[in-house]
Design a protein around this ligand. Structure first.
Ligand code: ARG
Length: 417
C-alpha cells in the first residue's frame, strides 16, 4: 500500500543505500537529502547512487557556509565543548540537517523523514528532536534501528535488490566527519587501554612524524570569531579548512576521551579536530586578556550548559537562544590577534594583542614606568583582611572562642632557626 513520500537523510554509504530500498518496500516513495557540511564524500556519486537505487528525487546541498555561520561560530563564541573536551563536531551538524529535512519534507509534501542512525547513539535523538521541533506532524523513521540486519545480511539484501554499493574491505572504524572535525569510533578503540592506532586518523599526522621545526600562525578574532589567518582575511569555511590542514600537519587536534552518552552508557570516543582545538585554545587566551574576571568566571558554567544543549538535541530550545544572546554580548570585545606555535602534536599560545586589552603594562610592570600606587596597598590590605581578622579574633580561645589553640613545640621553633 502506498504510504506517501519520505525524506531520507542520505550519506551515500551502505546503511542509507539499503534504507532507500527498505523504505520503498514499506510502501514509500523516497526522496534523499545529502548535506555537504565538509565531509569527505563524492557528492555526485552519492546523488547518482541514490537515483539508481530508486530514489524519486535526490537533493545534494552545499550547506558549509550555513553550518559555519549558524552552528559552528555560535558554538565557538560559547567555547562549547561537551564535558569540557569534545568540540561537538557531529552534534552541531544535526540541527542543520534536521532543518533541511523539515524544509524538503514541506517542499515535497512528504509525510515522514528517515535517518540511518542506530538505536545506540545520540544522533537519532538529535535528528528526531530537532526535526520534530520544526515540523511536528512528520513521522520519524529509523530503518537501521528497526531492521535488525547483520552486516552480511545487509550486503545480501543490497545484492538481491540490485543496490549499487561498492563493498570494500570494511574499515573497523565508524566515522562521522565535517569541517569541524572527525569522529572515530568502534574496532580497536572500544578497548580504552588500546592506544588509537595511526590508521584511525586522516586529518592529523602522528606527532612524532610531524616536521622537526615549529610553525607559528596568527589568528585574528573579531567579536570572538576568527576573521583572518596569518593576516589574510578569509571566509569561515576557508579559514577552518586551511587551519585543519596546517594544524593537522603538526599532529595537533587529537582527542581521546571517555564520553557520557545521552543514552546512558560511557563510550570511548576519539576525535581529530585540528582547527577547533586551535581556535578554542586561542580564543580562550584572548578572552583572558579582554574580559573581566567576573565575566570569565560566570560564563564557565554557561559554556558547559551550551555544549550540553547541543549534545542532547536541544539546539532549537529557548535556553540555547538566550545563551546566544549572552555570548554575543560578551564576545563584542573579544578582538585581537593570537599567535600560536605548532610543534609535534602541541599548540601553544605564545603571543596576544588586542585593541580591547585590559592588560595594562604600566600597572603590571616591575620595572621603570610602574604606575601602580604601592602606598594604597596598605589601606587595601587592612580592609580586605578585615573579615578574616575579625573572625579569628572572635574565635580565638584566648578570647573565649572555641577554635583549638596553635601550639609550637620548642623543637619545631629550634628547627626553624
Ligand atoms: N560521540 C559523538 C557525538 O555523539 C560522535 C558520534 C559520531 N558518530 C560516528 N559514527 N563516529 O556527537
Amino acid at each position: 500500500m502506498y504510504k506517501g513520500k519520505v525524506v531520507l537523510a542520505y550519506s551515500g554509504g551502505l546503511d542509507t543505500s539499503v534504507a532507500i530500498k527498505w523504505l520503498m518496500d514499506q510502501g514509500y516513495d523516497v526522496v534523499t537529502f545529502t548535506a555537504d557540511v565538509g565531509q569527505v564524500v563524492d557528492l555526485e556519486a552519492c546523488k547518482e547512487r541514490a537515483l539508481l537505487t530508486g530514489a524519486c528525487n535526490a537533493y545534494v546541498m552545499d550547506l558549509k557556509e550555513e553550518f559555519v555561520q549558524d552552528y559552528v561560530w555560535p558554538a565557538l563564541k560559547a567555547n562549547a565543548m561537551y564535558q569540557g573536551t569534545y568540540p561537538l563536531t557531529s552534534a552541531l551538524s544535526r540541527p542543520l540537517i534536521s532543518k533541511y529535512l523539515a524544509k524538503i519534507a514541506e517542499i515535497e509534501g512528504a509525510v515522514a523523514v528517515a535517518h540511518g542512525c542506530t538505536g545506540k547513539g545520540q544522533d537519532q535523538v538529535r535528528i528526531e528532536v530537532c526535526t520534530k521541533a520544526l515540523k511536528p506532524d512528520l513521522k520519524m523513521m529509523a530503518p537501521v534501528r528497526d531492521w535488525h540486519f547483520s552486516r552480511d545480511e545487509e550486503i545480501d539484501y543490497a545484492k538481491e535488490h540490485g543496490i549499487p554499493i561498492t563493498v570494500t574491505k570494511k574499515s573497523p572504524y565508524s566515522i562521522d566527519d565535517n569541517l569541524w572535525g572527525r569522529a572515530i569510533e568502534c574496532g580497536p578503540l572500544e578497548d580504552p587501554w588500546t592506544e588509537p592506532p595511526s590508521d584511525a586518523f586522516t586529518l592529523t599526522v602522528d606527532p612524532w612524524k610531524a616536521p622537526d621545526g615549529a610553525e607559528y600562525i596568527e589568528i585574528t578574532f573579531e567579536e570572538g570569531i576568527p576573521a583572518a589567518l596569518n593576516g589574510e582575511e578569509m571566509d569561515g569555511v576557508s579559514l577552518i579548512a586551511k587551519l585543519n590542514q596546517i594544524a593537522g600537519k603538526y599532529g595537533v587536534g587529537r582527542i581521546d576521551m571517555i564520553e557520557d552518552r545521552l543514552v546512558g552508557f560511557k563510550s570511548r570516543e576519539v576525535y581529530e579536530c585540528p582547527a577547533p582545538v586551535v581556535l578554542l585554545q586561542a580564543k580562550k587566551a584572548l578572552e583572558k586578556m579582554t574580559l573581566s574576571k567576573d565575566v570569565i568566571a560566570a560564563k564557565a558554567d554557561l559554556e558547559l550548559k551550551y555544549a550540553e544543549l547541543a549534545y542532547v538535541g536541544y539546539w532549537f530550545s529557548p535556553l540555547r537562544e538566550a545563551l546566544d544572546a549572552f555570548f554575543n554580548q560578551v564576545q563584542k570585545v573579544v578582538n585581537g590577534v593570537v599567535r600560536v606555535r605548532l610543534y609535534k602534536g602541541q599548540s601553544v599560545v605564545v603571543g596576544l594583542k588586542s585593541p580591547n586589552s585590559l592588560y595594562a603594562k604600566d600597572l603590571a610592570t616591575y620595572s621603570a614606568g610602574d604606575a601602580f600606587d604601592h602606598s594604597s596597598a596598605v589601606g587595601f590590605i587592612n580592609i580586605w583582611g578585615l573579615p578574616v581578622v575579625t573572625w579569628k579574633q572572635v574565635h580565638d580561645p584566648k578570647n573565649g572562642g572555641c577554635e583549638s589553640e596553635v601550639t609550637l613545640s620548642k623543637e619545631t621553633v629550634k628547627s626553624q632557626v
